[in-house]
Every structure is written in structure tokens, then in C-alpha cells.
Design a protein around this ligand. Structure first.
Ligand SMILES: [Zn+2]
Ligand SMILES: [Zn+2]
Length: 503
């Protein structure tokens, strides 16, 4: 382990993902990155390995070769649930999990904490609760709910990174769904603001007579298919059509679909974008790495909304990721944990849980319809994407490591108005890095879980690629295998990002 105390730190590797000088497109290149430890900023990037003796004797010189130096991951969709539902997750545990997986910035969603971030007071309470607890930098979204239109502009001024509204019930009472009228009002209110208006795009639509199994009550609620059938792709396409129908209200406002699952939305979004509508989408690691066919009876760890769909849908999402001018610009975790009790995980699946939590969870019924929806994965994104892409490369095109950096670092930073300081290895940017060993094969086990609740469909998965170190603003904060669980500081120094968006 290298002590890094000098005013200048030099980080070197035979392989780093850096923007090309002229085009700006990301490439894998040898690189020498000079960092000011005083400012925490990158001061210079050379696309070559500059030897140690070319730097002052007191500079710290760290050669990571052949491991990859990547920018720190910006996870633009994380639920940390504090204050109010801190037993589900919290700033301390959630940001430690992020830090251990190369994530240096998380953006917290406006719901599941109590109060939600739908008012200035709610935002201030959340900021106060986060103080001194964050191991990585953290930004915050605001929420759009019925009746809070007058809070939206003050929240923009207070530095929220964007807004989320639901077109279907959210699952928590304090964050109700918005009507088409509320959506139009939010667009009208935010139309000239430098922000992003995001939607949970599922909306119930008229059902056919043949779909009345739910009413009959004769279905098997422990079968994943029952849950999948209850939230069909038409819920997503209906919501997207509703949003597109209102988009003319705010032609300059960036609109964004969070956690896109159904590929049927892609042609709708592409057609709208071709006509100049300012709309993008994100998808999640679990829609890319898991498929409905593999989900065992009662394994409610896989429940999330919108649902993980079949493998053909998964193929379609991958195809869009590598397509020219893809409408899916980013990949995020949508880390959304809860307690094992609320997951209703059945006894036979509890062997994967920590002894302390297993007894409470053992009574679970495996009822997909009643279990809380949400998947834990913050900090696992790179291993999930890298291993799944590697497998897919055998049968077609898949994103390479530079694409992954675009999807998870630079484009996510852009999505939340932080592209001027996060997500790219360039002079002037925050010196946030993820040191990634793309060759290491490992199995994600109970001992690797750092979330508050050790319950995730990724437990037991074998990955290729592992985060070895994480650097935040010029300082190494995490090293796999080091003492204290890998955390090099005794106290966190992550910052709340409340600067107002200007783009
Ligand atoms: Zn959602
Ligand atoms: Zn979410």
C-alpha cells in the first residue's frame, strides 16, 4: 500500500480510458495522470507512460499497470432511504458499498426517505441527515407529486440534479403518482430551467377480458410469470406515449425515462428523438444481466418495477446500447433495498442471508405480488456489465470498456449536470478514479455485501472484472483486501453536491 501524502500524485497505467484529444471519444490508452492533492483535481493527462524520474522526488508515483484506470462511476439512480426508512439502507452503508465498487458519485432518488425530497424543507432534512456520513460524493433529485409545483423552481435553485415523477403508484404513500395534468404543470413550470424531468414510465392501461386472472384470484403468486404478467410492456409504452404527447409543452426541457425495461418503448423514443424531442432513457444492470426465464419460484430478490423481462427483451436492450444514436444513454443501478422481511423471501432461499437476518426472513412466502420491489446492486455495476458483455461478445456486438465508461461515468455525469467535474479523466476534473482488474474472476458472496440488507439477486453470481481501488478527489479511499474492510480513512469525506445546475 502506498502512502500518498505529497502535493503531487501521479497515477500511471498501460491502460486507462481517456478522451481522445481531438474527437473527445473515449479510448483505451497508456496514460500518466497528474493530480493535485491540495485541490483534488486532475492537473494533467498524458497519453503515454511518463517515467518516475521525470517528476519531483517527493511526488507519489503509483503504477497501476496492467489494471485499467477508469473515471469514478457516477451512479445516477440510487435510493438511500434516509431519513425515515434508514433500516432499508442509509447514507453510511449505501455510500460505502458504492465506494467499494468504484462509484465516486451517487445521485439519491427523492422517494422512500421520509420526508421525500418534494419540498425545500424535505431537501434540507435530507442534507442534514447525510452530513458526515457519505463515503463518496452525493447529489440529490427532487420529486414531482400532485400539488408541489411551486416547490420545483426553489428546488432547482437549491441544487437538485433533476426531478422524478411516477405515472403509476410508487409503493409509498408520501410519494403519490401524478396525473397527466400534474405532468403538464411540471413541464410548464420547469420548461426554462436547466434541469431534467424524469419519469417512472409505467401507466395502467385498459386490459383485455382475457387478462382477468388477477380478478379470479387463481394464480400462483410465487411464480415469477404471474408478477411479470401483471406489469406488461404496454404499461411502459402507454406511459411513454403519454409523456411524448405532452412534450411540446417544454421543447427545451430534457425529459428522461428512468429504468427502461420494455424494448417496445425504443421505437417510440427513437421516432420522437428523430423529430427533435429532447428525451433520453436509462436502463439498469439487472435488465441487462438477468432474465425472467432464470428466476426461480419464490425468489423475490428479483422483484423490481418495471419487471425484469424475458431474454429476448434483454437482447433488445443490448442491441440498442450499441446502436447508432441509441436512445438509451446511461446504465444505472436503481439500487433500491428494503429489509428482508419486506422481501418475503422463503426459507429455502434464506441460506444466502446473514445469520442475523435469516430467521426474520425465514417466514417469507415468496409472494411476488406482495413483496417489496427493488434490487440492491450499487457498486456492482462494472462487474455485471463487463462480465455480461464478455459473454455476449461471442455471439455479436457488445459494449467494450470505453462504451461502459461512457454509459456509467461520462453520460451519467452529463445526465445530472455534472459533466464539468465528474465522469471523465481530463485536466480540471475531480480526480475520481476506479482501478479495475478486468481479468479477475470472482464470485460475489455474502462477505462481499456492504449494503445494510444483505439480500440481492446477484449473490452467488460469478463475475469477470473486479474493482481493486477507488479514488475520490485525489485520495485513495478504498483498496480491496486492505484493513478495515478496505477503507483507508477512519471517517468519510464525501461531499453533498448542491451547486445549481447550469446545463
Ligand atoms: Zn421508479
Ligand atoms: Zn428507483
Amino acid at each position: 500500500m502506498t502512502a500518498v501524502n505529497a502535493a503531487l500524485t501521479v497515477l500511471v497505467s498501460s491502460r486507462a480510458v481517456v478522451p481522445q484529444a481531438v474527437s473527445g471519444s473515449l479510448v483505451v490508452s497508456p496514460a500518466t495522470i497528474s493530480i493535485s492533492t491540495a485541490s483534488g483535481k486532475i492537473v494533467a493527462v498524458e497519453h503515454a507512460i511518463i517515467p518516475r524520474d521525470r517528476f519531483p522526488a517527493d511526488a507519489a508515483y503509483v503504477d497501476c499497470s496492467p489494471k485499467l484506470i477508469l473515471p469514478g462511476v457516477v451512479d445516477a439512480h440510487v435510493h438511500l432511504n434516509e431519513p425515515g426508512r434508514t433500516e432499508w439502507e442509509g447514507f453510511w452503508t449505501g455510500t460505502r458499498a458504492a465506494a467499494s465498487g468504484g462509484v465516486t458519485t451517487v445521485i439519491d432518488m427523492p422517494l422512500n426517505a421520509i420526508p421525500p425530497t418534494t419540498t425545500i424543507e424535505g431537501f434540507q432534512e435530507k442534507l442534514a441527515a447525510s452530513r458526515g456520513q457519505c463515503w463518496v460524493d452525493i447529489g440529490f433529485y427532487g420529486g414531482v407529486i400532485p400539488g408541489n409545483a411551486e416547490e420545483l423552481k426553489p428546488l432547482v435553485e437549491a441544487g437538485v440534479r433533476g426531478f422524478k415523477g411516477f405515472l403509476i403508484e410508487s409503493g409509498v404513500d408520501e410519494f403519490p403518482a401524478i396525473s397527466p395534468g400534474d405532468m403538464a404543470l411540471a413541464m410548464e413550470t420547469l420548461k426554462d430551467s436547466p434541469t431534467t424531468l424524469m419519469f417512472h414510465a409505467e401507466m395502467e392501461c385498459a386490459r383485455h377480458d382475457g387478462d382477468s386472472a388477477a380478478a379470479a384470484g387463481d394464480e400462483d403468486v410465487t411464480a415469477y410469470q404471474t408478477f411479470l404478467d401483471s406489469r406488461p410492456p404496454s404499461f411502459e409504452t402507454t406511459a411513454v406515449q403519454e409523456i411524448l404527447a405532452a412534450a411540446h409543452i417544454a421543447p427545451l426541457l430534457h425529459l428522461h425515462i428512468v429504468h427502461l425495461s420494455a424494448t417496445q418503448c425504443i421505437p417510440l423514443l427513437r421516432a420522437a428523438r428523430a423529430k427533435g424531442v429532447n428525451i433520453t432513457a436509462e436502463t439498469c444492470f439487472h435488465y441487462l444481466g438477468l432474465a425472467a426465464e432464470e428466476i426461480a419460484k419464490g425468489d423475490t430478490r428479483h422483484k423490481c418495477c418495471p419487471p425484469i423481462r424475458g431474454s429476448r427483451n434483454c437482447d433488445g436492450l443490448w442491441d440498442e446500447l450499441v446502436a447508432e444514436d441509441s436512445c438509451i444513454k446511461t446504465v444505472v443501478s436503481d439500487h433500491s433495498p428494503c429489509t428482508p422481511e419486506l422481501k418475503l423471501l422463503p426459507r429455502e432461499l434464506c441460506s444466502t442471508l446473514a445469520p442475523a437476518t435469516a430467521p426474520a426472513a425465514a417466514s417469507g412466502s415468496g409472494d411476488f405480488m406482495a413483496a417489496w420491489g427493488g434490487i440492491s446492486s450499487v457498486g456492482l455495476g462494472l462487474p455485471i456489465l463487463h462480465s455480461t458483455a464478455k459473454k455476449r461478445r461471442g455471439c455479436g456486438k457488445a459494449p467494450d470498456i470505453a462504451d461502459m465508461v461512457r454509459l456509467c461515468c461520462s453520460a451519467t455525469a452529463d445526465q445530472v449536470g455534472l459533466a464539468h467535474r465528474k465522469g471523465t479523466i481530463r485536466a480540471g476534473m475531480d480526480a475520481d478514479f476506479c482501478i479495475f482488474d478486468d481479468a479477475e474472476v470472482w464470485t460475489f458472496s455474502q462477505g462481499d455485501v456492504r449494503w445494510k440488507n444483505k439480500c440481492s439477486p446477484w449473490q452467488g453470481h460469478e463475475f469477470t472484472g473486479r474493482v481493486r481501488e477507488t479514488w475520490l478527489r485525489g485520495r485513495k479511499i478504498f483498496e480491496l483486501g486492505a484493513e478495515n474492510g478496505g477503507f483507508l480513512d477512519s471517517a468519510p469525506f464525501g461531499e453533498s453536491i448542491t451547486e445549481k445546475r447550469f446545463a
